[in-house]
Design a protein around this ligand. Sequence first.
Ligand SMILES: *Cc1c(COP(=O)(O)O)cnc(C)c1O
Length: 384
Amino acid sequence: MPSHADDLAHLEQSGLLRRPRTVTPLAGGRCVVDGRELWNFTTNDYLDLAGDERLVEAAVEVVRTVGVGARASALVSGRTEHHERLEDRIARFEGTEAAMLFPTGYAANVGTLAALTGPDDTLLCDRLNHASLVEGCRSSGARFRVYRHTAIDRLARELGSDENSGERWIVTDGVFSMDGKLAPLVELCDRAEQYGAAVLVDDAHGTGVFGTGGRGACEHLGVEDRVAVRVGTLSKAVGTLGGFVVGSRSLVEWLRNAAGTQIYSTALPPAVCAAAAVAFDVIEQEPERRVRLQELSAFLRGQLAELGLEVVRGGAGPIVPVLVGKSETAVEVGRRLEERGFLVSAIRPPTVPRGTARLRVSVTVAHDENVLSDLAAAVRDASR
Ligand SMILES: *Cc1c(COP(=O)(O)O)cnc(C)c1O
C-alpha cells in the first residue's frame, strides 16, 4: 500500500492541505465550531429550509413509517411512492414533461453527460464550470473544449470548426458557484441554435433563488424552452439532498436506462424525498423568501462597495465573493473574521484562477441587515 506522506507534506508546505472541521448548524444563520458560536456565511441553504419545521415533520413521518435507507437502487426496488411523488413534483414545478432523481447533483452531471454523449461528439465547457460537469465531460469520452463565457466569439469559432463534429453540446453552470454570476444563457442559446448545437445547464445555485417562479437562471433569463437538458440539485436552496434532471419524457426514459450513476447507486432515502417535495411547495408558495434573499444580497454588495472592498463584478444573488488576491491573505482574513464571530470560506487556487483568491460569502434569508453591515465592517477591518 503506497504511503501518502510525501504528497501530504507537499500540500502542507504549499499551504494547500485542507481538513474538514466539525460544525453544528444552529437556527438563525448560526453554527458552532470548536465550541464557539459563529454567524455562518458558508452554507448553500439560501432559503433557510434545511431546518424548516415543515420539512423536518415530513421527513420524520416517513422515517417512522418506512425507515431510513432506500434498500436498493431505483431500477431494482428502491423507488418508493415518495420518489415517484417527488419526480412528479419537480416536473410540475419546472414545467417539463418529466424529471429524474439522482443520488447527488454531482452524480446527475456525470451520469447525464456520459449517457448522452460519446467519442464522436464535442462538448464545449465553460472554464468556470463545476468540477462535476468537467468530470462528466471527461467520462463521456467526447472531444472536450474549454471556452470562456466572456469570449463568446471563441465559442462560435469552435462551433463552426469542422474538427468538432458529431453532436455538439454547450455545457454550463447557470450560476457560477465561485463568482456568483449568471451564465450568458441567451447568447449561448443563440449560438447553439445558429450552429445546431444543444445546451445543458446545471442550475445548482439557481433553483429556488432566481426567476419569478424560483425555477432558476433559465427562467430568469427566459431560455427554459431553449435548453435541452436542465440539471439541478436538492442540496442547496431546496435544503435536502439529491440531484435531478428535467426534460422530455424520452430524455428521462433514456437516462433511466443509461445513466450509470443512478442505475448502480442506491436510491435516495425516501424521507429526504418527502422533505424535498415540501420544499418545492414552500418555494412556490412563498416567493417572498427569494425576494428577501435578493434584497439582503444587494444590501451586502452595497455595504462592501461603500467600504471600498472589491466584489467580483457582474454578480447577482446570494453568492458574494470578495476579492483579496493572494491565497495567504484570504486564509488570514478568514481566520480574523472567525475570531470576530463570522464563518466565511476562503477560496484559493486551483479552485479559482491564480491571483484571485477570495472570501466567498453566502447570504441566506436567516441573516438580516444588521449582521450584514457588521460582517462588511469586519471584512474591512480584517483586510487591513
Ligand atoms: C454543488 C454543485 C453541484 C453538486 O451538487 P451536489 O448535490 O451537492 O452533489 C453541482 N453543480 C454545481 C454548479 C454545484 O454548485
